[in-house]
Design a protein around this ligand. Structure first.
Ligand code: PEP
Length: 249
């Protein structure tokens, strides 16, 4: 069965609650489609108002992060139950900005992935290499290691429902999109790695996004690649252009 595309916006630390409502209202007619799953991953404080504004549309509201404990003395963190109770189904895990600025590691990513599945949340699991790693020719090895650790103790049935976002760090927020060939090569390698960990059926089912300066001009070619099942979009997800990305065909 063909995989349904999934196009997710990562709003990062942008939009106050009232701005979030305005943005959802602006974008909702532009992203209306049955052909792809459309997810807006928004700051925690925007989840409830954005969810209200998106009611009755095809937009799913997701989270940008989550902690791996259930509850307790973890000041400033947000728990999986808080997300599910608010109606959230998707959560970004291990974005490179979380790894760089908030000391997340492959191990904490794995803990969060396991916790997300425990709560029936779909993780959008981020991986990606630095420019130095790409120049050293170790991109595929690095990504395979990130994937293997992220999926430790995850069952095949769970993995089949996961979303992986391949986001070369050098392409995030830089305006430098990976070439279609570079993006397809790594997304294919991720699928093969999932096939080695699990089986062919799981590899065929898992959805793999490309992220890194995707825009309305680059989306059509990127999203038409055999192993690229949509995108994780930062900057362009805050603009009407996101409608063109979602309706890239
Ligand atoms: C991202 O934040 O995941 C991202 C890909 O950002 P941008 O599209 O702005 O590069």
């Amino acid at each position: 069965m063909a995989r349904k595309k999934i196009i997710a916006g990562n709003w990062k630390m942008n939009m106050t609650p009232s701005e979030a409502v305005e943005l959802v209202n602006t974008l909702k007619p532009l992203v209306a489609t049955d052909e792809a799953d459309v997810v807006f991953c928004v700051p925690a404080i925007d989840i409830i108002p954005a969810m209200e504004a998106a009611k009755g549309t095809n937009i799913e509201i997701g989270a940008e992060n989550m902690y791996f404990e259930e509850k307790g003395a973890f000041t400033g963190e947000i728990s999986p139950n808080m997300l599910t109770d608010a109606g959230v189904k998707y959560v970004i895990i291990g974005h490179s900005e979380r790894r760089e600025y908030f000391a997340e590691t492959d191990e904490t990513v794995n803990k969060k992935v396991l916790k997300a599945f425990e709560h029936n949340l779909t993780p959008i699991i981020c991986c990606g290499e630095s420019l130095t790693q790409r120049e050293q020719g170790i991109t595929i090895d690095w990504i395979r290691q990130q994937i293997k650790i992220a999926f430790l103790n995850v069952t095949a049935a769970q993995a089949a429902t996961a979303v992986v976002a391949y986001e070369p760090i050098w392409a995030i927020g830089t305006g430098k999109t990976a070439t279609t060939e570079q993006a397809q090569e790594v997304c294919k390698a991720i699928r093969e790695c999932i096939g080695e960990i699990y089986d062919e059926a799981t590899a065929e089912a898992i959805r793999i996004q490309y992220g890194g300066s995707v825009n309305a001009a680059t989306a059509p070619e990127l999203f038409s690649q055999p192993d690229i099942d949509g995108g994780l979009v930062g900057g362009a997800a805050l603009k009407p252009d996101f409608g063109k990305i979602v309706n890239y065909k």
